[in-house]
Design a protein around this ligand. Sequence first.
Ligand code: SF4
Length: 351
Amino acid sequence: MLELIPRIAKYNLFREFGLAKPLPTNITVTVTDICNFMCKTCNIGKLYTEHPEIAKNELSAEEYGRIFNNIGRVFWITMTGGEPFFRRDLADIAAGIYKNSEPRFMTIPTNGYVPKKIAGDVERILSECEKMRLIVNLSLDGLGSEHDEIRGMKDSFERVLESYFALRDLKNDRLSIGVNTVISKFNIDKLGEIAAFVGSELKPDSFIAEVAENRSNLYNEKDDIRSENYGKVLRALIRQNNSPRTSTAAIIRLARGVFYRALISGKPHRCFAGFASACIMPKGDVWLSCVKRSSIGNLRDVNYDFRSLWFSEKAGIMRNELKKPCSCMLANAHYTNLLCNPAKLLTVVKQ
Ligand code: SF4
C-alpha cells in the first residue's frame, strides 16, 4: 500500500490541476464479449447469442502483453467480460499482464458456469503470478431455480456452487473467493434469504451486493431492472459481522462498508475514472470510464501505445467531462475513489 502514496498525490494533482500526469493504476480489462447467460440485468449474453460475430477479433494474449509493457506498473487489474473464463487463453493473458505490470491484486468476476475450467485457470494464474493476490467473485442472484430464472440459464445455481467448492479445494492463501449479488427488482425481497444462505452454507471471504444499473457496457440502458428500495437491504448487510479469513478479505470488507454507505446516501462522488482508472475493451478501445461510453481511441491504431491515447488531446477533453459529479453504483469505481481520497481512506484504516 505504501508504494501507492506518491501515486495518490499525483492523481489528486492530475484531477484538480492537470499536473503530474500519471498512468492509471486500476485497469479493468474486458477480455471478451462471449457469454452464454441471458441475465435479466445484463444484455451481453443476449447480444452475443444473437450476434456471435461481436466476439471476433478480440485482443490476443500477445497483444495484451504489448499493451501492459507500455503501461508498466499497476496496482489492481480486473479481468471481466462477458464471461472471462470462456477465454481459452485467460491464464496466458493474466500471466502476461503480471510479467509486465506486476499488479498486487487481480479480480475476476464469473458466472461460475464452467467449474473445471475456472479451477484450472485459477490454479495456473496463482502459480504463474507468484506474488499477486487473486479475488474470484462468483455471481449469485437467487437460490435454486430463482437464480436460474434471473440469470437465464438452467442449472446455473448448481454450477456456481460447484465452482465455489472447486475453488475452495485449491486451499491457497493468495486466493479470496467472493460471492456477488446484484440487487434488482427481481430479487430485492429475497436478499435476506440469499445473505443467510451465503453466510451459513458457503462462508466466502467476501459477500458483496451491488445495485442493478443501466450501463452502456452492459447494453441495458433502457431496461426496467432497478429497485429503489435497496437502502434497507444495504443497512442490514452492513450490520452483518463475519470474520474475514484473509487480509485481502479484511480490506474488501472495510471498503465494502464505505461503498454501501455511499450508495445509501446517494450523494454524488468525486470520481477518479479517467484519472486513476481506465477500461480496455475486448477489441482494444480504451474507455476512460467503465460505466459511460467514453472511448479515447483504439490501441491497435497506435501500435499498442497506451500512453499516446491516455495523454491525447481527446482524452483531456473527455476527462474534463468526467469531473462532473457522478452517482454511479459500480463497486470498482467506489474503491478507486476511496483509495484516492486520503480523508476517506483514513476513516477506513481507523476502523
Ligand atoms: S451478467 Fe455476466 S453472465 Fe450475465 S449476461 Fe452479463 S456477462 Fe453474461
